[in-house]
Design a protein around this ligand. Structure first.
Ligand SMILES: *Cc1c(COP(=O)(O)O)cnc(C)c1O
Length: 391
């Protein structure tokens, strides 16, 4: 059977599993290993230069996860890293050298921005931030030394949907690589490589693991870029434990099922919020009429439970009153687990090429797998507290 023709749901169930395993277990076991033993010198020497000589280069559990993720997104190969941020920084360092120029979306995850402004700058790599909605206009910012164009779509906190094919076409015409943080859509809902991306990065911490208990990142590449990036990754000495890889594989099996419910709940809650007088724009690309909806519909096959809610005519103090008393929505960073989260955000603090203007505070919701009626009741009580503060 040609696995490239299977649907994501089927791949999620069948990739990263070997038939005929000792003991016949459904799941690839946890292979904890630093040292690998060889029966004789000849066998050992035959493996030198491969990934099969030492535990740091992986084990059957991490490899099963890498294979499943690569197959799912249509990548040549995947590399696991200890966090999403380490996947981003590793991919940037692997591809850039002193004197190179990087084009970075202004809507990028803030720690990625900090890495560009501090570490890459120290290494003589210049970053120019661009408007996430620039599309083919990116061509006007390309320089002869532009090596990487970095996208994150939808953007962190503000959820701009980027025209990935148009940006990728312009980048490739100028000989630059296209790198993308694809965490929001997961490998299930945005086929990055089919849209011109060369290097796709995920915080697996979010939906892939899906249970708020493991930090992990993944870098996926085309065949052409794989040797260079794998080589650098290996030199950095990054490795991920088999136990964590096992948990991520376990999360992966239900990824599309969970996403479907996250999206359905998020759509219900977004529609309910849109009717509240204190709510301005809803920044959820899956919602008809929301910013980026048309591009989302063109390029994505689904959404998740993460979106932004703009309030209007209310103070931050009123938002505090709403958020401080939530019973079901937890307050915390991260997202992508089964549980609902709520967070007050300040996107204006993380911009340089564009300005963020809104009629009031911006709140980020991660809609979990709870019953949406209960979540709406929690939000409704929160809005009552907000209104009491405004009065
Ligand atoms: C959380 C997040 C990251 C970083 O992942 P960690 O595993 O927390 O390091 C990167 N990009 C995006 C879009 C994220 O939301």
């Amino acid at each position: 059977m040609d696995h490239r023709k299977l649907h994501p749901d089927t791949l999620l169930t069948h990739e990263g599993r070997e038939r005929g395993r000792v003991g016949g277990t459904v799941n690839t076991p946890v292979y904890r290993a630093s040292t690998l033993l060889f029966p004789n010198v000849e066998t050992l020497q035959a493996q030198n230069g491969t990934l099969n000589t030492y535990g740091r280069h992986g084990n059957p559990t991490t490899r099963a996860l890498e294979a499943a993720l690569a197959q799912l997104e249509g990548a040549h190969a995947a590399m696991l890293t200890p966090s999403g941020l380490s996947a981003l920084t590793t991919a940037l360092l692997a591809t850039l050298k002193p004197g190179d120029h990087l084009l970075m979306t202004d809507s990028v995850y803030d720690p990625t921005r900090a890495f560009c402004d501090q570490t890459l700058a120290r290494f003589g790599i210049e970053t120019t931030y661009y408007d996430p909605l620039i599309g083919a206009g990116i061509a006007g910012l390309m320089r002869p030394n532009t090596r990487v164009v970095f996208l994150e779509s939808p953007g962190s906190l503000t959820f701009e949907v980027q025209d990935v094919p148009a940006i990728a076409e312009a980048a490739h015409a100028h000989g630059a690589l296209v790198m993308m943080d694809n965490t929001w859509a997961t490998p299930v809902h945005f086929a990055s490589f089919r849209h011109g991306v060369d290097i796709s990065i995920h915080a697996a911490t979010k939906y892939i693991v899906g249970h708020s208990d493991v930090l992990m990142g993944v870098i996926m590449t085309t065949e052409a870029l794989y040797p260079e990036i794998r080589g650098f990754y290996k030199q950095l000495g990054l490795s991920v434990s088999a136990d964590d890889a096992y948990l991520a594989l376990r999360g992966l099996r239900t990824l599309s099922t969970r996403l479907e419910r996250h999206q359905r709940n998020a759509e219900r809650i977004a529609a309910w919020l849109a009717e509240q007088p204190e709510v301005g724009r809803i920044l959820y690309p899956a919602l008809p009429g929301a910013p980026g909806h048309e591009l989302w519909k063109r390029d994505f096959t689904g959404a998740c439970g993460l979106f932004g809610v703009e309030f209007k005519g209310v103070s931050e103090r009123a938002i505090h009153a709403m958020l401080d008393g939530m019973q079901l929505f937890g307050m915390g960073y991260s997202w992508g687990g089964y549980e609902s989260l709520i967070l007050l955000t300040h996107p204006d603090a993380h911009r340089s090429a564009t300005t963020w203007s809104a009629e009031g505070p911006l709140v980020r919701l991660h809609v979990g797998l709870e019953h949406p009626d209960d979540l709406i009741a929690d939000l409704d009580a929160g809005l009552q507290r907000l209104r009491a503060t405004c009065r």
